[in-house]
Design a protein around this ligand. Structure first.
Ligand SMILES: [Zn+2]
Length: 404
């Protein structure tokens, strides 16, 4: 089962009854966390068993459904806490500060046509939340194959979980193999006898990261006298950076997936799991793996949602191997890969060809065949460029433009 959380803004402020419910819910979660820590349990059912009776008296007006869901939230918090304790990460006893509540799908009703949520507060008292529905939201509301999951209510917005069974990935008719680099995805697209060199560039992401890093270190110097303020400012700076980077990663992923969906391609990516760069600390930060891992995550979950097959390949030696004769070069070279047999090609494109060959040799990309020689003098196709994501366009124009 795949779940996708969709955020809706509210047309007006949360009614005061709902605000009280949020406060009550937060109290219940924090109480349940304490009860769970004491009794050393983390599952919803166990919490229910030990705490339900007391909670009924503590929160007499809360609906049983909401109370049970507070155990669920507390269970999640406790599991995270336990994981941290196991890893010996210093942490305090968890406490929810933000106002929030979660309602299971039987505990609320959503009118998908009008975009109105009916949330029961207590017996005989319901509130209606009018959602701001955009074109993007309509896609989810109108798609009746999607069922409703839980509802998360926050003071200024709600998150509705839409669920669907994972569609069976289609049988690929072509393949899109991508090598993930700091500033771009570079790769090849293979279909029948044809082959194309593909690029989706995101050079601004490294720039954004550098800029925010500089800003953070400046803040830390300026606020050395007050660690609390410095920490808060840095955290805010970090969140801003994350939003800016993730926004761009989504654009890149969308352009890749649109391309793959239209041509019914399998997407071949390198497996970044356990991948560590052995560089100096300074360089490590700059070449942070995080955006690349995140990009893979986004591509994978979006592909799953659309039923596009994704193949992960062990990237070992992929940038040092010659795809025609199989020789492995001793070390990485400059921008171009050169082999004794006369083969030479852009290093990144070369790596993606090796990824594709591995995928094909393991039978992971259907019955595709291709000839590496086809790539040497080819036209490059740009899947994505930062200029395509103009700021004024909320969803970007991540179309595909052929460039010769
Ligand atoms: Zn060679």
């Amino acid at each position: 089962m795949l779940v996708k959380g969709v955020v809706f803004r509210l047309e007006s402020d949360l009614p005061s009854e709902a605000k009280f419910l949020l406060e009550d819910f937060r109290l219940a979660v924090n109480n349940a966390v304490r009860a769970g820590l004491q009794a050393r349990v983390t599952s919803r059912n166990a919490l229910c068993r030990i705490a339900y009776k007391d909670f009924r008296e503590l929160h007499p007006r809360m609906l049983a459904k909401h109370l049970v869901s507070s155990f669920e939230v507390a269970g999640g918090v406790l599991k995270n806490h336990r994981r941290r304790v196991r890893k010996f990460v210093a942490c305090r006893i968890p406490y929810i500060k933000r106002l929030m509540m979660k309602a299971e799908n039987q505990a609320y009703e959503l009118n998908r046509e009008l975009g109105i949520i009916d949330l029961p507060i207590r017996a005989g008292c319901h509130v209606e939340l009018k959602l701001v529905v955009s074109h993007y939201h309509r896609k989810y509301l109108d798609d009746m194959t999607l069922s409703l999951g839980s509802l998360t209510v926050l003071p200024d917005r709600v998150i509705v979980a839409f669920r669907k069974d994972a569609p069976k990935p289609f049988l690929p008719e072509s393949a899109l193999s991508l090598d993930t680099n700091e500033r771009s995805l570079d790769g090849v697209f293979v279909e029948g006898d044809g082959a194309k060199v593909i690029k989706a560039g995101f050079p601004e992401i490294a720039i954004i990261q550098q800029r925010h890093h500089d800003r953070r270190s400046r803040l830390q110097k300026k606020k050395t006298h007050d660690r609390r303020i410095s920490r808060n400012l840095c955290r805010r700076e970090g969140a801003r950076e994350r939003h800016r980077v993730e926004y761009r990663l989504h654009q890149v992923a969308n352009s890749v997936l649109k391309f793959a969906e239209e041509r019914r391609s399998a997407i071949v990516l390198e497996d970044l799991k356990g991948f560590k760069s052995k560089r100096s600390k300074e360089l490590n930060r700059r070449l942070s793996l995080w955006p690349r891992r995140k990009l893979h995550q986004i591509i994978e979950y979006k592909a799953q949602w659309k039923g596009i097959p994704v193949v992960k390949v062990d990237p070992r030696n992929s940038s040092r191997t010659c795809p025609t004769c199989g020789r492995t070069q001793d070390s990485r070279m400059g921008a171009e890969f050169k082999c004794e047999c006369g083969w030479h090609l852009d290093r990144h494109i070369n790596a993606s060809i090796n990824l594709l060959q591995t995928a094909i040799s393991k039978g992971m990309a259907g019955g595709l065949r291709f000839n590496p020689g086809a790539f040497q003098h080819d036209v490059m196709m740009i899947l994505y460029e930062p200029a395509m994501a103009a700021r004024s366009e909320p969803n970007g124009t991540s179309g595909i433009v052929g460039v010769t």
